[in-house]
Design a protein around this ligand. Structure first.
Ligand SMILES: *Cc1c(COP(=O)(O)O)cnc(C)c1O
Length: 236
């Protein structure tokens, strides 16, 4: 059971981030309501997700298959759109393709192949798995994401892969960099992808600490966890 206190905490967090998003949209000269909110529910229990559903949230994000799969099963029928946002090993592709609606962290051709085979096998042709290319915005590889120079090739592979559809791009700002510089670079990469794939117009950028910079630089979707749900112990 969810306590009334937890319900109120989540409602207050959501009200605060909705205000932050509208303020950022207007400050950037954009239309209020033009940026979608994905609430990142990793480490929080399925009961918290039911509260989000009651509060009108439709998009949730998870970054580990072992955690996401049982939550998605527990919330089946809720109408939620599940975004997988974590580093993904090819041996988990089949599991993720079974419950996720969007995979935001596609960063290599081998993963495109694995997701395509799984999606073509498991999903109906009218609900392809939406994929975003995760772009690495720092120069140290290892935290996931394709180098900007590889993005066009990965995007093209998704666009023609059976079972998949290309949604756009995603990135996480590097820790020690100016997020405006990073997200401006992402906007350039997103523009190049759109030249070849005009419908792939999603730019997923911005977390609790940097959503304003993301909205200033054209994000169409922000991914917010702690600002909505509260403190999340760091995972090792
Ligand atoms: C955890 C996570 C978020 C949300 O981070 P907060 O700082 O809690 O808003 C967004 N995107 C990705 C890829 C994440 O792993």
């Amino acid at each position: 059971m969810v306590t009334d206190q937890r319900r109120q905490e989540i409602a207050a967090g959501l009200t605060a981030v909705r205000e932050r998003i509208v303020t950022a949209e207007l400050a950037a000269g954009r239309t209020a309501g033009s940026v979608d909110l994905v609430v990142v529910t990793k480490t929080f229990p399925a009961q918290d997700v039911t509260v989000l559903v009651d509060l009108g949230i439709r998009h949730v994000g998870e970054n580990r298959d072992q955690e996401a799969e049982p939550k998605a099963v527990a919330l089946k029928g809720s109408g939620l759109v599940w975004h997988f946002i974590g580093q993904l090993q090819t041996n988990k592709a089949r599991s993720v393709a079974g419950y996720a609606d969007v995979v935001e962290s596609v960063d290599r051709l081998k993963l495109v192949g694995a997701l395509s085979r799984a999606a073509a096998d498991l999903r109906s042709p009218d609900s392809p798995l939406r994929c975003l290319v995760q772009v690495c915005l720092d120069d140290q590889p290892g935290r996931g994401g394709a180098q900007p120079a590889q993005v066009a090739e990965i995007a093209a592979a998704i666009a023609k892969a059976p079972g998949l559809t290309l949604g756009g791009v995603m990135a996480v700002a590097p820790l020690e960099a100016d997020p405006d510089v990073a997200f401006a670079r992402l906007a350039d990469v997103a523009g190049e992808v759109r030249r070849n794939h005009p419908d792939a117009d999603v730019v997923s950028a911005g977390m609790s600490g940097d959503l304003e910079a993301a909205v200033r630089n054209g994000a169409t979707q922000v991914r917010l966890g702690s600002a909505v749900l509260g403190y999340r112990p760091p995972v090792g």
